[in-house]
Design a protein around this ligand. Sequence first.
Ligand SMILES: *Cc1c(COP(=O)(O)O)cnc(C)c1O
Length: 424
Amino acid sequence: MNSDILYERSKKLMPGGVNSPVRAFGSVGRNPLFIDHAKGSKIYDVDGNEYIDYVCSWGPMILGHGDDRVIGAVQDACENGLSFGAPTEKEAILAELIKQCVPSMERIRLVNSGTEAVMSAIRVARGYTGRDKIVKFRGCYHGHSDGLLVKAGSGALTQSVPDSAGVPLDYTKNTLVAEYNDRDSVSRLFEENKGEIACVIVEPVAANMGVVLPEEGFLEFLRSITTDNGALLIFDEVITGFRLSLGGAQEYYGIVPDLSTFGKIVGGGLPLAVYGGRKDIMDMVAPVGAVYQAGTLSGNPIATAAGIATLRILIEENERGLYDELEKKGSILADGFRKSMGDYVWVNQIGSLLSVFFTKEPVRDYESAISADTKIYARYFNAMLEKGIYLAPSQFEAMFISAIHSEYDIKATIDAILLTGKIW
Ligand SMILES: *Cc1c(COP(=O)(O)O)cnc(C)c1O
C-alpha cells in the first residue's frame, strides 16, 4: 500500500506523520490515506482508490474539488507574481464581496487562517472594551491560539485550565467557559464577572463537537446579554460562513454580531481568513487604532483570487437556489441515516452540515455529544471507507456536502450505509 509507505516515511519527518492532528486517523484505528488528487465530489488516494468525499478539506470545498473557474482565477493570478507585500485591487474586491454577502462586515481585515482571525478579533474586542475576560462555550473550537485551548474547571474550580501542554495557566485564566445552549451558564458568568467581560465568542452553529444546532432563542439571548453588559458578541463563522447561506449563520438566524470571523470557504481552498465587523470597533486596529495586528502574506494575491472566484460563483449560484439545493441534499442524507440506523443514532443536520452521533440521546451540547460511542463510530467509518465513502475520521467532526455532490452520490452513500449492516 503506497499510503502505508508514505505514512512510515512521513512519521520520520513530522509528528505523527501529519501537519494537523486529526489527519492521522488516530481515533478510527487505521493508517491515514494519502491523497493523490481530487475532482468534483471525488477524492483519490495514492493507491488509486476513489471515494465520495464528505470531508471537503474540512469545509472549504463547497464548490467541490478542482472547480475550473477557481483554478483558472488562481492560474491567472500567478502570472502576475505570487506576493508583493503591498496593497492590491484584489483585496478591495474580496472585501466588497464579503460586505455584499455579510452586511455586518463594515470593516474587514484579511489574515491567513481561522486561528489568526479569531485571535485577532478577540484582541480587538479587548482593546475596544478595555476588559480582559472572554466567554467561550465548551465544545466550540476557535483555532489553536493559547487563550482558547481551555477546558472548564471542574466542580470547585472556577478557573479555566489549559487543554494543551505548553499553555501557561496565566494565558487561560481570562477565558471563561459556558455550556452551549445553556443560558443560565452564561448569565452566571456575567453576574460573577460584572463589567469585566470583553466578549462572548460562539460558533453560531457548533460544528466542532459534531454538528450541534442552537436552540430557539439561544443566539438572541447571547445578543441581548452582551449588549446589556457592554460586551461584544463575536460569531465565529469559519465553518458556517458562506455555507448555511450566503450571509452565513447571521443571515440564517437573523442576528447581527459585533464582530465575525470567516475562514475555510472564503479562501476557496487556499490559506485565507477574515475578521471584521462594526466600523467603530474595527477602527481600533492598526494603523488607524492602537490594536496591533499584521501579516507578511495577509491578503496574498493568489489566495485572494481563489476567494474572489469562489464568492462570485456562490453569489451567482445563490440566484439559482444553491443553498436550497444544499439543504435538500443534507436532509435527504440525514433521513437516509435515520431510516437505516433508526434509534441507534442521533442525527443533527442543517443545510450542508451533518453529524451522525452513535448515541440514543438528543445531542444539544458538549455533554450529550460526548455520550456518543467513538468505538462504534470507528467501525462505521472503516465500513464506509471500504465502500468508497470518505468521512471525517472522528465522531466529533461534521460531514460537509458540496454543490457538486450529485443525487447519485447521495444515493450511493445511503446504499453504503445499508450495506454496512448493523455495525452498531
Ligand atoms: C477550522 C476552524 C477554526 C480554525 O481555523 P484554521 O484555519 O484551522 O486555523 C476556527 N474556528 C472554527 C469554527 C473552525 O471550524
